[in-house]
Design a protein around this ligand. Sequence first.
Ligand code: 5GP
Length: 206
Amino acid sequence: MSHNSGAILVLSGPSGAGKSSLISKIVDHIGPTYFSISTTTRAMRVGEVNGVHYHFVSVEEFKREIEEEMFLEYAVVHGNYYGTSLGPVKKALKEGKLVIFDIDVQGHDAVQNRFGDITTSVFITTPTLGELKHRLHNRLTDSQDVINNRIEMAKREVQRISEYDFLVVNDNFDEAAEILISIAKAARMKIPTLQINEFIQTWETS
Ligand code: 5GP
């Protein structure tokens, strides 16, 4: 049976938990992937590149894309719009790739509704709230207001960990990366419901 029909790995968790660094660390060890580049209306941070970290657009542009139904899902996070375009995701799935999303809990909901049978989800967080505060302050990229916002959001998001398949506590970075590699490899083996039904039919009649 073919396992190369593509699958989805959703990564959620507070900003500052180390999702981006973990993705960079594991991406060369998990086979063909497509990292979904979200569209956002938030301001670009120092070191970010348009089209690499996000597609940065104006609120008007974002609203136009909503009207044109270009998004698989979108949400307002920390007062800014964030959305995942459907087109590139479908293409990557067709190519048999593991599509990786770094999206919030609302986005995870939407992906589960649409692609639940091929989705594996992971919540990544720091060992404690104190450690998250420490990391956000050390990042030096955000104002105190933004940091407070992210902390409040993190407190709400952790309440929904049980909606995820896995919890990865990013205490030891290398260990967390190893765990994530195992999860990503297993995620790729998820089979769409349709293919399972076809398999059963063939299995019974052969
Ligand atoms: P940041 O501004 O730190 O890059 O991201 C803030 C939050 O927005 C993170 O929790 C991240 O997972 C989430 N996020 C990024 N892109 C998307 C998206 O396309 N959809 C949704 N729902 N959330 C997103």
